[in-house]
Design a protein around this ligand. Structure first.
Ligand code: ADP
Ligand code: MG
Length: 227
């Protein structure tokens, strides 16, 4: 079963309001973060402070996702290599990966050209993909990432995991805001990623077989014409 995510639609009024709210929440959250840091210096052993910090971080991540969704992203496209971004992403997840018993392979097929992209945004997408893959393999497995030079000046990036897969009934809901099957999920990762890839004139496809694994294919053009 395969699915190409829907074009992210123009923000509805509700969307605009939640984006506005996300923006307004940022300031008080920054202040809370500051005082939390101070408290942690004064009471470095208090476990609840560490928990509070990690929850505040989570709130910040949700707010970041929201703001990214609401902004007409004015990206800065530079010629950049994809592979280092993937390597850096894997590095970020080294610990989480080892804890879950997930091994990772990063492979190149062909001579990969540099592509027009906003590297920070692409990395955000890769982080979301790797995170989902690891979360889908709590009992371990292999995450196979392949970067290939495709015809017509395109680059493909494939994330293939051996995780639990996606139920057919859920597949069409993937990428909807807040659709999550996880206890601690936000259900924003794929939506944000899809928006970033669209912004790069690319496409993101999800295919999955329940119990066997999930494959995400991202196809990006090497050149983006800017107005
Ligand atoms: P979140 O990870 O916070 O739940 P996402 O938008 O990243 O939000 O993913 C939405 C849902 O899509 C997940 O809750 C999960 O059900 C499904 N999903 C995404 N990636 C995978 C994957 N690699 N394997 C299995 N299910 C996945
Ligand atoms: Mg996710």
């Amino acid at each position: 079963i395969m699915l190409q995510l829907k074009r992210s639609e123009k923000l509805s009024l509700v969307g605009q309001m939640s984006a506005g709210m996300a923006h307004e929440l940022r300031n008080p959250l920054t202040i809370i973060s500051g005082f939390l840091q101070l408290s942690r210096k004064q009471a470095p052993d208090a476990p609840y402070l560490a928990m509070m910090s990690s929850e505040v971080n989570r709130m910040n991540e949700i707010i970041d996702d929201f703001l990214l969704l609401s902004k007409p992203v004015n990206s800065r496209f530079d010629r950049h290599e994809v592979l280092p971004l993937l390597r850096e992403t894997l590095q970020l997840f080294d610990n989480q990966r080892k804890e879950a018993g997930v091994s990772a392979i990063l492979e190149e097929e062909g001579a990969i050209p540099k592509i027009d992209c906003d590297p920070n945004q692409l990395k955000q997408v890769f982080i979301n993909m790797v995170k989902n893959a690891i979360e889908a393999m709590p009992e371990g497995g292999l995450l196979h990432i392949t970067v290939s030079a495709l015809p017509k000046n395109k680059v493909g990036i494939r994330f293939a995991d051996q995780g639990k897969g996606i139920e057919p009934g859920h597949l069409t809901r993937i990428g909807e805001p807040f659709f999550t099957t996880k206890e601690n999920g936000t259900g924003l990762g794929l939506m944000v990623s899809n928006k970033i890839i669209e912004n790069h004139a690319g496409i993101l496809r999800v295919s999955s077989r329940l119990g066997l694994g999930t494959t995400i294919d991202i196809i990006l053009p090497v050149h983006i014409k800017t107005a």
